[in-house]
Ligand binder design. Sequence first.
Ligand code: OAD
Length: 250
Amino acid sequence: MLDDVIQSLQAARSLVVVTGAGVSAESGIPTFRDALTGLWARYNPEDLATPQAFARNPELVTRWYDERRMRCAACAPNRGHYAVAELERRFVEAERAFVLLTQNVDRLHQRAGSKRVVELHGTLWVWRCIACGAEREEPPAAFTSYPPSCECGGLRRPGVVWFGEMLAADALARAHSALEACDVFLSLGTSAVVEPAASFVHLAKRVGTRTLEINLDSTPISDIVDCSLRGRTGEILPQVVERLGLLVES
Ligand code: OAD
């Protein structure tokens, strides 16, 4: 199975990697749905991750997101993040196409060196004014008051996609064009239940793409992909990259 993954990547001319919270778990950032440690295990998402929750209690929601942001600032990328960044480097060096579609909002991929990143669900690091729309990337320091306010006097919200909200049109467009052009699709550390990422594997299969998954638990796509590996991305991905031969120019 590991050999299958390595051989598929070796032959790939255009790779799309989709990641979820499982890739950041080994950095100490809670996932969403893991029963014991999952973020939602302690909170009800509807009370925190929706526009209605923000309208109802902007202080609670912004305080909770800023605490998550500070927690991410205190965490470091793990070996799985660095392996994904190395995979991108190898593909770019061999002039092969590579796109990372992440559902994660922690920016650990970028801190590990990933550059070709589409943040499907936005990021904790950019906050937006709900009145004038001004967006600003925040330094690694907590806000001093909640909800934070904009120079225009409006309230500022985290630049993440909330339940019930659409993804940014440009992010979705970049994802679809990458999926239509790829010949290998690799899903890492995601439960594959939240749309639209949950349907990406079907888009990939429709264009004859070889589909792979590395995840700690089985997911709804485990029986759909060509090859599904159980395990931790922080352990498996470094082995994959280490054993991946030289990618000759396509
Ligand atoms: P989930 O918490 O739903 O799924 C995390 C997956 O990672 C699970 O299937 C775990 O088995 C797996 N996992 C945990 N640790 C792992 C490890 N070390 N190595 C490999 N796999 C591991 O998180 P997501 O799939 O990212 O969206 O959730 C998708 C979206 O749901 C999130 O982006 C968020 C949430 O609602 C929004 O907030 C809009």
